[in-house]
Design a protein around this ligand. Sequence first.
Ligand SMILES: *Cc1c(COP(=O)(O)O)cnc(C)c1O
Length: 224
Amino acid sequence: MGTITENLQKIKQNLPDHVKLVAVSKTKPNEDIVQAYNAGQRVFGENKVQELTTKYEELPKDIEWHFIGHLQSNKVKYIAPFVSLIHAVDSLRLLKTINKEAIKNERVIDCLLQFHIAEEESKFGLDWKKVEDILTSEDYKSLSNVRITGVMGMATFTDDELKVSDEFKRLHRFFSSLKSEYFEGDESFKELSMGMSNDYLLAVARGSTMVRIGSTIFGERNKH
Ligand SMILES: *Cc1c(COP(=O)(O)O)cnc(C)c1O
């Protein structure tokens, strides 16, 4: 494992220009984030509300913070003032809460719909039917301050590259179908957030526009 700066450089070399790197800094201290920041990285991802708000307060204000984890409705208010993108929206209820908090903060909050593509039961996410139920509902159509800019998904945690690649392909198909059926002509609907440390090259090959990479940049996390 190299330094954070070296690790970032290596990953960047593997990424086409149109793929955005979200540096997943969860559980890592501010010093690590500052190192990545000094190497030019500006986009960071966190999955705990408390940890994210603390880091937001303590670190440079030009950082673009992404929330990548499962978000509880009652915690949206803490990140609504500053979050750049919420990756894992998995219910209409959550979307409505994000909209309400966005209005209070006089801003529009960008969100991705999380699809369930992995075989594991435990992973959160929507299926095609549930996404259509959301997008065709009157409630959704009345939301003024959220903007859906794409989809997100996590592949099964396995060494089986064919399986992972197939899951990313499915997510890409969901993305394309949504684009043509619900977001045609909407230029802001363009993000396909898929790929982590172990599978980001497969994800990029399947059309990812945004990879979320943690341990390959910052080292292994302590399990907790
Ligand atoms: C932790 C996490 C990542 C990064 O995982 P690594 O394997 O460390 O790259 C990406 N996406 C989500 C949703 C995560 O929770």
